[in-house]
Design a binder for this molecule. Structure first.
Ligand SMILES: [Ca+2]
Ligand SMILES: [Ca+2]
Length: 130
C-alpha cells in the first residue's frame, strides 16, 4: 500500500535536485566589465554584459577622441569611439556577441578621422564575460 518510504525519500531528493538546477539556471551571473581608463585622463570605457553595450566617454578636451579596442574569444575584433567631443556624455554602442564568449578590451585615445590609436595611451586589457 502506498509508496515505500525509501522510494519516497528518493523522489523527494530528486525533485529537490531538479529545483536546484532550475534555480541556478534562471539566475545567470550577469555583470558589467570593469571601467578601463586611457592614460592622462583622456577617457574611459566599460562593457555592459546584458545586451552587449559599450560605454565610452571622452573626458579631456585634447583634440583626440576616446576609443575602446575590443576582441572576443571567438575571434572578432573592433574599435568603438566617442568621437563627438569631450565631456558631453557617454557614447553607447550596441554589439552582439556570442553569450559564451569572453571579451577583452582596453581604453585609449586616438584620431577618429584616420582611425589612428595611440597605443601608449591604452589601459591594460581587462577581461569579462560577453
Ligand atoms: Ca578628448
Ligand atoms: Ca563625447
Amino acid at each position: 500500500m502506498g509508496i515505500p518510504k525509501r522510494r519516497l525519500v528518493q523522489v523527494i531528493a530528486g525533485v529537490g535536485m531538479a529545483l536546484g538546477i532550475i534555480a541556478s539556471a534562471s539566475t545567470p551571473a550577469l555583470a558589467n566589465g570593469p571601467t578601463a581608463y586611457a592614460s592622462g585622463g583622456a577617457g574611459w570605457a566599460w562593457y555592459e554584459e546584458y545586451g552587449d553595450y559599450w560605454h565610452i566617454r571622452d573626458t579631456k578636451a585634447d583634440g583626440h577622441s576616446a576609443v575602446v579596442q575590443w576582441r572576443i574569444s571567438s575571434g572578432r575584433e573592433g574599435d568603438d569611439w566617442d568621437n563627438n567631443g569631450a565631456d558631453n556624455g557617454t557614447t553607447v554602442i550596441n554589439r552582439n556577441y556570442p553569450e559564451e564568449d569572453t571579451v577583452q578590451y582596453r581604453a585609449c585615445w586616438g584620431e577618429w578621422g584616420s582611425q589612428y590609436i595611440e597605443i601608449s595611451s591604452c589601459s591594460a586589457w581587462v577581461t569579462t564575460q560577453a
